[in-house]
Design a protein around this ligand. Structure first.
Ligand code: GDP
Ligand code: MN
Length: 388
């Protein structure tokens, strides 16, 4: 579950991170009042959406008076923001965060994340923080992983200070921030906390200007108060509905509606679609224990999506997952909606033959294929011929 910046900062403030004074507003008048309460002479007004790169898209505005804070909020609230991370529909701005502005001397990037290859929590830092950090993050010489468990000997902390180009006392303050962030990560069962930028101000203090935080959905039952932070307004109605049927649904920009029986399989099919220069309308993965009714609800979402020109279903049976359950759900959805959309189906493994028989015998215009590649190609072809 993604948190908004304001939510992440409220949580991290309790761990002693250097969070500037700020408030949340849902109206222009509220933003003006927040700026007044915060005091000072410069503020930043920031769109609260689950996406980064807001700065480059007009979603982070510096202002010099409470009135200007109100105007910046008025310009953002109720509109949709399109950043490099939102997809082309953008996301609705329902809240703004009004924060005291600081004068930035340097910007750092830091992250606490699950390092799967080491089966450990890693803390990484880069001196190339700020808006153009992506380029730096692909270069290992610009990143340093920090071991917080071992109390750093003088050599290690001097090396860290040199890496960031900071005097040792400031570097020690950065280490303290990272240790606190790691504690928050573990206490709150996060899967990612990114600090970007963590700024060194002209006054010589650290200030956390932006935070991205993702919580592990599987751990939310342990944190009922965190589960309440979910922002349903921002999710597409299809995502919420899919969630009710335990389907993993992610909305994408294309026109091929996709349902698959496993996340890895789904990624492979998405790759094939991309290689064929097509775009999926969504990613949808059903659990091995999904019932035929849950599958039917998932397919219905695809058939009712006005963007979808063809539905592609790939079922890999095995273990407790049976292709015939998938095919029955598929047939049920076509029957119930009466949708004329073409459907491409590929099955392998447990229940393959019976699932194909189910679809053949019911007179639906379902194309059965012999391989995943063929299924993807057929879906691409149908999407193209119906694209005109
Ligand atoms: P993002 O673009 O969605 O990651 O939004 P950020 O909150 O990171 O803001 C984008 C950029 O705005 C940051 O990288 C900073 O350079 C700048 N920024 C944010 N807050 C302040 C501030 O208080 N003072 C100054 N001078 N710049 C800020
Ligand atoms: Mn940022």
């Amino acid at each position: 579950m993604n948190l908004h910046e304001y939510q992440a900062k409220a949580l991290l403030r309790d761990y002693g991170l250097p969070i500037p004074k700020a408030g949340v507003a849902v109206t222009a008048e509220g933003a003006r009042a927040r700026a007044k309460d915060i005091g000072g002479g410069a503020w930043v007004v920031k769109a609260q959406v689950h996406a980064g790169r807001r700065g480059k898209a007009g979603g982070v505005r510096m202002v010099g008076s409470p009135e200007a804070a109100g105007e910046a909020a008025a310009a953002m609230l109720g509109t949709r923001i399109v950043t490099e991370q939102t997809g082309r529909d953008g996301l609705p701005i329902g809240k703004v965060y009004v924060e005291e502005a600081v004068q930035i001397e340097r910007e750092f990037y830091a992250a606490v994340l699950v390092n799967r290859s080491r089966a450990a929590v890693s803390v990484i830092v880069s001196a190339a923080g700020g808006e153009d950090v992506e380029a730096a993050l692909t270069r290992s010489d610009q990143l340093m992983e920090i071991e917080l468990e071992a109390s750093p000997d003088d050599g290690a902390s001097a090396g860290f200070a040199a890496f960031l180009g900071l005097p040792e006392d400031t570097a020690a303050a950065v280490i303290d921030v990272l240790a606190r962030t790691k504690k928050a990560f573990i206490d709150l069962d996060a899967s990612l906390i990114e600090l970007n930028p963590l700024a060194l101000t002209a006054r010589g203090d650290l200030a956390l200007l932006d935070a991205k935080m993702v919580l592990d959905d599987n751990a939310l039952p342990r944190h009922p108060e965190l589960a309440e932070l979910r922002d349903e307004e921002e999710s597409h109605p299809h995502e919420l509905e899919a969630g009710r049927f335990d389907l993993n649904y992610v909305r994408l920009d294309g026109d091929i509606g996709l349902l698959v029986t496993g996340a890895g399989l789904g990624l492979a099919v998405l790759d094939l679609i991309k290689q064929g220069e097509g775009e999926a309308a969504n990613f949808m993965d059903v659990r091995p224990v999904a019932s035929r009714d849950e599958v039917a609800e998932g397919v219905r979402l695809l058939l009712e999506d006005a963007r979808v020109k063809v539905v592609l279903v790939v079922a890999m049976g095995g273990g407790i997952l049976r292709c015939d359950t998938i095919a029955e759900g598929l047939a049920e959805a076509i029957r119930r909606t009466g949708s004329p959309l073409p459907v491409v189906y590929h099955a392998a493994g447990t229940g393959k033959e019976i699932s194909e028989m189910t679809l053949r015998n019911q007179g639906f215009a379902v194309t059965l294929t012999d391989s995943i590649e063929e299924a993807a190609h057929e879906a691409l072809r149908l999407a193209q011929t119906r694209g005109a």
